[in-house]
Design a protein around this ligand. Sequence first.
Ligand code: FPP
Length: 254
Amino acid sequence: MKWRLRRAVPEQTSEPLVPSRENLPGHIAIIMDGNGRWARKRGLPRIAGHHAGMSAVREIIRACDELGVPCLTLYAFSTENWKRPRAEVEYIMRLPEEFFRTEIEELVDRGVRVHFIGDLERLPRYTLDIVAKTLEQTQHNSGMTVNFALNYGGRADVLAAARRYAERVQAGQATWAELTEETFSRCLSTDHCPDPDLVIRTSGEVRLSNFLIWQAAYAELWFTDVLWPDFDRRELHRAIADYQRRKRRFGGLK
Ligand code: FPP
Protein backbone atom coordinates (compact mmCIF):
# COMPACT_ATOMS: atom_id res chain seq x y z
CA MET A 1 0.00 0.00 0.00
CA LYS A 2 1.29 3.45 -0.90
CA TRP A 3 1.01 6.14 1.76
CA ARG A 4 0.99 9.78 0.91
CA LEU A 5 0.87 12.52 3.51
CA ARG A 6 -0.62 15.74 2.31
CA ARG A 7 1.39 18.89 2.57
CA ALA A 8 0.54 22.37 1.42
CA VAL A 9 1.40 22.70 -2.26
CA PRO A 10 2.82 25.95 -3.61
CA GLU A 11 0.07 28.18 -4.83
CA GLN A 12 -0.48 28.59 -8.57
CA THR A 13 -2.01 32.02 -8.24
CA SER A 14 -1.49 35.11 -6.13
CA GLU A 15 -5.27 35.35 -5.57
CA PRO A 16 -6.31 34.35 -2.05
CA LEU A 17 -8.32 31.14 -2.02
CA VAL A 18 -11.58 31.78 -0.26
CA PRO A 19 -13.25 28.55 0.72
CA SER A 20 -16.85 27.89 -0.12
CA ARG A 21 -19.33 28.35 2.72
CA GLU A 22 -20.86 25.03 1.74
CA ASN A 23 -19.21 21.99 3.23
CA LEU A 24 -17.21 23.85 5.86
CA PRO A 25 -15.57 21.67 8.50
CA GLY A 26 -17.82 21.51 11.57
CA HIS A 27 -14.78 21.40 13.80
CA ILE A 28 -11.20 22.45 13.04
CA ALA A 29 -8.45 21.43 15.46
CA ILE A 30 -5.00 23.00 15.27
CA ILE A 31 -1.59 21.92 16.59
CA MET A 32 0.05 25.32 16.88
CA ASP A 33 3.72 24.47 16.35
CA GLY A 34 6.85 26.40 15.44
CA ASN A 35 6.83 29.33 17.85
CA GLY A 36 10.39 28.58 19.02
CA ARG A 37 11.75 28.35 15.46
CA TRP A 38 9.95 31.54 14.48
CA ALA A 39 11.72 33.35 17.33
CA ARG A 40 15.12 31.75 16.65
CA LYS A 41 14.99 32.84 13.00
CA ARG A 42 14.70 36.40 14.26
CA GLY A 43 17.39 36.09 16.95
CA LEU A 44 14.74 36.39 19.65
CA PRO A 45 14.14 34.28 22.78
CA ARG A 46 11.66 31.39 22.39
CA ILE A 47 9.08 33.19 24.50
CA ALA A 48 8.86 35.92 21.85
CA GLY A 49 7.58 33.23 19.51
CA HIS A 50 4.89 32.21 22.00
CA HIS A 51 3.88 35.85 22.36
CA ALA A 52 3.64 36.26 18.60
CA GLY A 53 1.62 33.03 18.53
CA MET A 54 -1.13 34.81 20.44
CA SER A 55 -1.74 37.17 17.52
CA ALA A 56 -2.20 34.17 15.25
CA VAL A 57 -4.72 32.75 17.74
CA ARG A 58 -6.69 36.01 17.57
CA GLU A 59 -6.60 36.07 13.76
CA ILE A 60 -7.67 32.44 13.37
CA ILE A 61 -10.58 32.77 15.80
CA ARG A 62 -11.78 35.82 13.84
CA ALA A 63 -11.36 34.04 10.50
CA CYS A 64 -13.24 30.91 11.65
CA ASP A 65 -16.02 32.98 13.14
CA GLU A 66 -16.38 35.05 9.96
CA LEU A 67 -16.47 31.95 7.76
CA GLY A 68 -19.03 30.25 9.99
CA VAL A 69 -16.90 27.37 11.35
CA PRO A 70 -18.87 26.25 14.43
CA CYS A 71 -16.02 24.81 16.51
CA LEU A 72 -12.26 25.38 16.82
CA THR A 73 -9.84 23.58 19.15
CA LEU A 74 -6.36 24.97 19.76
CA TYR A 75 -3.58 22.84 21.27
CA ALA A 76 -1.87 25.37 23.53
CA PHE A 77 -0.06 23.12 26.04
CA SER A 78 0.32 19.36 26.08
CA THR A 79 0.77 16.99 29.02
CA GLU A 80 4.36 16.58 27.72
CA ASN A 81 5.16 20.31 27.59
CA TRP A 82 5.97 20.35 31.33
CA LYS A 83 9.38 18.94 30.31
CA ARG A 84 10.37 22.39 28.99
CA PRO A 85 12.48 24.84 31.04
CA ARG A 86 10.52 26.23 33.98
CA ALA A 87 10.69 29.82 32.79
CA GLU A 88 9.19 28.88 29.40
CA VAL A 89 6.40 26.87 31.01
CA GLU A 90 5.61 29.76 33.33
CA TYR A 91 5.56 32.17 30.40
CA ILE A 92 3.11 30.01 28.45
CA MET A 93 0.94 29.62 31.56
CA ARG A 94 0.76 33.42 31.85
CA LEU A 95 -0.37 33.88 28.23
CA PRO A 96 -4.07 33.14 28.85
CA GLU A 97 -4.19 36.06 31.34
CA GLU A 98 -2.88 38.48 28.75
CA PHE A 99 -4.87 36.98 25.91
CA PHE A 100 -8.27 37.00 27.59
CA ARG A 101 -7.70 40.36 29.25
CA THR A 102 -7.30 41.94 25.83
CA GLU A 103 -9.66 39.71 23.84
CA ILE A 104 -12.62 39.00 26.11
CA GLU A 105 -14.64 41.97 24.92
CA GLU A 106 -14.37 40.97 21.26
CA LEU A 107 -15.02 37.30 22.04
CA VAL A 108 -18.19 38.22 23.90
CA ASP A 109 -19.26 40.57 21.09
CA ARG A 110 -18.85 37.74 18.64
CA GLY A 111 -20.82 35.38 20.88
CA VAL A 112 -17.86 33.00 21.21
CA ARG A 113 -18.20 30.33 23.88
CA VAL A 114 -14.82 29.37 25.33
CA HIS A 115 -14.09 25.95 26.81
CA PHE A 116 -10.87 24.55 28.23
CA ILE A 117 -9.99 20.90 27.77
CA GLY A 118 -7.21 18.99 29.52
CA ASP A 119 -6.28 18.25 33.10
CA LEU A 120 -6.76 21.72 34.55
CA GLU A 121 -5.95 20.68 38.13
CA ARG A 122 -2.22 20.92 37.55
CA LEU A 123 -2.38 24.48 36.21
CA PRO A 124 -1.02 27.28 38.38
CA ARG A 125 -3.49 29.40 40.37
CA TYR A 126 -3.09 32.44 38.10
CA THR A 127 -4.00 30.36 35.02
CA LEU A 128 -6.94 28.73 36.77
CA ASP A 129 -8.27 32.14 37.79
CA ILE A 130 -8.43 33.39 34.19
CA VAL A 131 -9.82 30.03 33.03
CA ALA A 132 -12.68 30.33 35.56
CA LYS A 133 -13.31 33.98 34.68
CA THR A 134 -13.39 33.29 30.93
CA LEU A 135 -15.72 30.31 31.33
CA GLU A 136 -18.07 32.45 33.33
CA GLN A 137 -17.96 35.43 30.95
CA THR A 138 -18.68 33.33 27.87
CA GLN A 139 -20.97 30.65 29.31
CA HIS A 140 -24.18 32.15 27.89
CA ASN A 141 -22.75 32.77 24.41
CA SER A 142 -24.32 30.75 21.66
CA GLY A 143 -21.99 31.43 18.73
CA MET A 144 -18.83 29.61 17.76
CA THR A 145 -17.14 27.33 20.31
CA VAL A 146 -13.41 27.70 20.94
CA ASN A 147 -11.66 25.03 22.99
CA PHE A 148 -8.25 25.80 24.43
CA ALA A 149 -6.39 22.57 25.15
CA LEU A 150 -4.26 23.23 28.24
CA ASN A 151 -2.31 20.40 29.85
CA TYR A 152 -4.12 18.23 27.33
CA GLY A 153 -3.15 14.71 26.28
CA GLY A 154 -5.25 12.44 24.08
CA ARG A 155 -4.39 9.32 26.06
CA ALA A 156 -5.21 11.05 29.34
CA ASP A 157 -8.52 12.14 27.80
CA VAL A 158 -9.37 8.54 26.86
CA LEU A 159 -8.34 7.24 30.31
CA ALA A 160 -10.42 9.89 32.07
CA ALA A 161 -13.39 8.96 29.88
CA ALA A 162 -12.98 5.28 30.80
CA ARG A 163 -12.97 6.22 34.50
CA ARG A 164 -15.99 8.48 34.03
CA TYR A 165 -17.95 5.74 32.32
CA ALA A 166 -17.05 3.20 35.04
CA GLU A 167 -18.20 5.69 37.68
CA ARG A 168 -21.52 6.09 35.87
CA VAL A 169 -21.96 2.33 35.86
CA GLN A 170 -21.12 2.18 39.56
CA ALA A 171 -23.65 4.93 40.27
CA GLY A 172 -26.32 3.05 38.31
CA GLN A 173 -26.53 5.79 35.63
CA ALA A 174 -25.25 3.53 32.81
CA THR A 175 -24.67 -0.14 32.10
CA TRP A 176 -21.75 -1.97 30.47
CA ALA A 177 -24.18 -3.23 27.81
CA GLU A 178 -24.77 0.38 26.78
CA LEU A 179 -21.06 1.06 26.23
CA THR A 180 -20.60 2.02 22.57
CA GLU A 181 -18.33 4.41 20.68
CA GLU A 182 -21.09 6.98 20.99
CA THR A 183 -21.72 6.62 24.73
CA PHE A 184 -17.95 6.53 25.34
CA SER A 185 -17.43 9.70 23.27
CA ARG A 186 -19.87 11.47 25.55
CA CYS A 187 -17.41 10.93 28.41
CA LEU A 188 -14.56 12.69 26.58
CA SER A 189 -13.60 16.31 27.19
CA THR A 190 -14.97 17.28 23.76
CA ASP A 191 -18.48 16.01 24.50
CA HIS A 192 -19.88 19.46 23.57
CA CYS A 193 -18.41 19.37 20.00
CA PRO A 194 -18.56 17.10 16.98
CA ASP A 195 -15.37 15.16 16.15
CA PRO A 196 -12.85 17.30 14.27
CA ASP A 197 -13.24 17.18 10.48
CA LEU A 198 -9.92 18.88 9.85
CA VAL A 199 -6.72 18.76 11.91
CA ILE A 200 -4.05 21.28 10.97
CA ARG A 201 -0.44 21.17 12.13
CA THR A 202 1.95 24.00 11.41
CA SER A 203 5.78 24.06 11.24
CA GLY A 204 6.44 21.03 9.04
CA GLU A 205 6.16 18.35 11.73
CA VAL A 206 3.99 15.47 10.56
CA ARG A 207 2.51 13.84 13.65
CA LEU A 208 -0.46 14.12 16.00
CA SER A 209 1.53 14.42 19.26
CA ASN A 210 -1.20 12.93 21.45
CA PHE A 211 -3.81 15.43 20.24
CA LEU A 212 -7.47 14.30 20.11
CA ILE A 213 -6.36 10.75 19.25
CA TRP A 214 -9.83 9.25 19.65
CA GLN A 215 -11.75 12.17 18.17
CA ALA A 216 -9.50 12.60 15.11
CA ALA A 217 -9.93 9.00 13.93
CA TYR A 218 -11.57 10.14 10.66
CA ALA A 219 -10.29 13.70 10.47
CA GLU A 220 -8.64 15.02 7.34
CA LEU A 221 -5.07 16.09 8.10
CA TRP A 222 -3.36 19.20 6.74
CA PHE A 223 0.33 19.82 7.32
CA THR A 224 2.06 23.03 6.39
CA ASP A 225 5.63 24.27 6.77
CA VAL A 226 4.35 27.68 7.88
CA LEU A 227 5.34 28.42 11.49
CA TRP A 228 2.43 29.12 13.83
CA PRO A 229 3.05 32.89 14.33
CA ASP A 230 2.95 33.26 10.52
CA PHE A 231 -0.21 31.18 10.12
CA ASP A 232 -2.89 33.59 9.02
CA ARG A 233 -6.36 33.76 7.48
CA ARG A 234 -4.99 33.07 4.02
CA GLU A 235 -3.27 29.86 5.18
CA LEU A 236 -6.43 28.79 6.96
CA HIS A 237 -8.41 29.36 3.77
CA ARG A 238 -5.94 27.21 1.83
CA ALA A 239 -6.33 24.39 4.35
CA ILE A 240 -10.14 24.57 4.23
CA ALA A 241 -10.24 24.82 0.44
CA ASP A 242 -8.09 21.68 0.24
CA TYR A 243 -10.36 19.93 2.74
CA GLN A 244 -13.35 20.80 0.57
CA ARG A 245 -11.75 19.12 -2.43
CA ARG A 246 -11.23 15.82 -0.63
CA LYS A 247 -13.53 12.85 -0.95
CA ARG A 248 -14.27 11.51 2.51
CA ARG A 249 -15.28 7.89 2.51
CA PHE A 250 -15.13 6.98 6.23
CA GLY A 251 -13.96 3.51 5.28
CA GLY A 252 -16.72 3.00 2.68
CA LEU A 253 -16.47 3.13 -1.09
CA LYS A 254 -18.14 6.45 -1.89
C1 FPP B 1 4.64 24.88 20.15
O1 FPP B 1 5.71 25.53 19.50
C2 FPP B 1 3.85 25.88 20.87
C3 FPP B 1 3.52 25.80 22.20
C4 FPP B 1 3.88 24.68 23.07
C5 FPP B 1 2.77 26.89 22.85
C6 FPP B 1 1.62 27.35 22.04
C7 FPP B 1 1.05 28.58 22.59
C8 FPP B 1 0.57 29.59 21.84
C9 FPP B 1 0.51 29.56 20.38
C10 FPP B 1 -0.03 30.75 22.46
C11 FPP B 1 -1.30 30.30 23.10
C12 FPP B 1 -2.18 31.36 23.43
C13 FPP B 1 -3.08 31.26 24.39
C14 FPP B 1 -4.07 32.30 24.47
C15 FPP B 1 -3.10 30.18 25.39
P1 FPP B 1 7.19 25.17 19.92
O2 FPP B 1 7.57 26.01 21.08
O3 FPP B 1 7.31 23.70 20.17
O4 FPP B 1 7.98 25.58 18.64
P2 FPP B 1 9.34 24.90 18.11
O5 FPP B 1 8.97 23.49 17.73
O6 FPP B 1 9.69 25.74 16.93
O7 FPP B 1 10.35 24.96 19.21
